[in-house]
Design a protein. Structure first.
Length: 329
């Protein structure tokens, strides 16, 4: 039986009381940040307090600008005292996406990523939606809450980002949420966030990528070596997929003792999440959507296979796994 948004909202509220201190956990990106703020707005005056914590260190300029302009107060995960909270909410992710999440007794999960083996008192996973922000907008509308111009801008930007301006997987519900938010959002905030994508120190990686790219049958492979931020890999994967002759981009880098691999494709009869899983799940965590995916592999697991310091051998190793285990033509 398909529940109405009003019924989902009622069941969501049933898990909270006036005495609850709520912690919202996220792996911070635009969709997660905006969705967490929507949860906070939904629970305003219904619980004793709401805090938002991010498990990742935020370095990407557009995310930093979004947090500043929306007035988001993010508490670092290292400063969280778990015992201070009575309810735990996870948005735009699932417990087994990161081992840190599994350390908390999650009460509520709201997400749009492909469903994994999840267990919580309240679960709302809609994997066909383009963004968790679209789901949270439906909750706000069911609660008859008019979002502030800042919150609407954040949710609006999140939907734009996660659907890649509706090029990626999208439902009519995403479009309806987008249209609703457009009427309430401060679009100047959205513009300021979008203009804050790059840092000066990121530019050197574009040169590395252009000088060392490997193109094979419409696929661009790039290995950057050590990076100051894994978001550099995301920026470059998005950059190369805009080239007309390219239908796949695979960009990798080393960060925090992990190999990060970002996959993008043109969305035409392809499945990046499936390719990432087949290629890298045996040695790390991997998955994603039809056109976007990510893998993270601890370097410790690779020490018997490849020297992480040898960029040429690393890119050959990645190409081999993608072509032999992942995408079949």
């Amino acid at each position: 039986m398909t529940l109405s948004n009003a019924e989902k909202l009622r069941r969501f509220y049933d898990h909270f009381s006036n005495e609850d201190h709520v912690l919202v956990l996220i792996n911070a990106d635009p969709d997660a940040i905006a969705s967490a703020m929507a949860v906070k707005r939904l629970l305003w005056r219904k619980v004793a307090g709401v805090a938002i914590t991010s498990i990742n260190i935020i370095k990407r300029p557009d995310n930093i600008k979004m947090i500043q302009l929306m007035g988001v107060n993010l508490v670092p995960i290292k400063d969280i005292v778990k015992e201070s909270f009575t309810r735990f909410v996870l948005v735009d992710s699932q417990p087994n996406h990161n081992e840190i999440f599994s350390n908390f007794p999650i009460d509520v999960i709201i997400d749009h990523h492909p469903e994994t083996a999840v267990h919580a008192p309240f679960v709302d996973i809609r994997s066909k939606y383009g963004a968790t922000a679209s789901i949270m907008t439906e909750y706000l509308r069911a609660a008859k809450i008019k979002p502030s111009t800042k919150l609407a801008a954040g949710l609006f930007y999140a939907i734009k980002t996660d659907t890649d301006n509706f090029v990626r997987q999208t439902l009519i519900e995403d479009i309806r949420a987008f249209q609703f938010l457009y009427r309430h959002a401060n679009l100047n905030i959205v513009s300021k966030i979008e203009r804050s994508e790059l840092r000066l120190d990121f530019l050197k990686y574009f040169k590395i990528a252009l000088d060392n790219r490997c193109i094979r049958k419409g696929r661009v492979f790039v290995h950057l070596g050590p990076v100051v931020n894994p978001d550099v890999c995301v920026l470059l994967a998005d950059f190369f997929i805009k080239i007309s002759s390219v239908d796949w981009t695979i960009v990798s880098g080393l960060y925090d003792q992990n190999l990060i691999v970002i996959l993008r494709n043109d969305g035409l009869r392809k499945d990046a999440g499936n390719v990432a899983h087949k290629s890298f799940a045996a040695v790390g965590s991997a998955g994603g959507h039809k056109s976007t995916a990510r893998a993270e592999i601890p370097l410790e697991k690779l020490k018997n296979e490849i020297d992480p310091g040898n960029d040429q051998k690393m890119i050959k190793w990645i190409i081999n796994r993608i072509e032999k285990r992942g995408e079949k033509r």
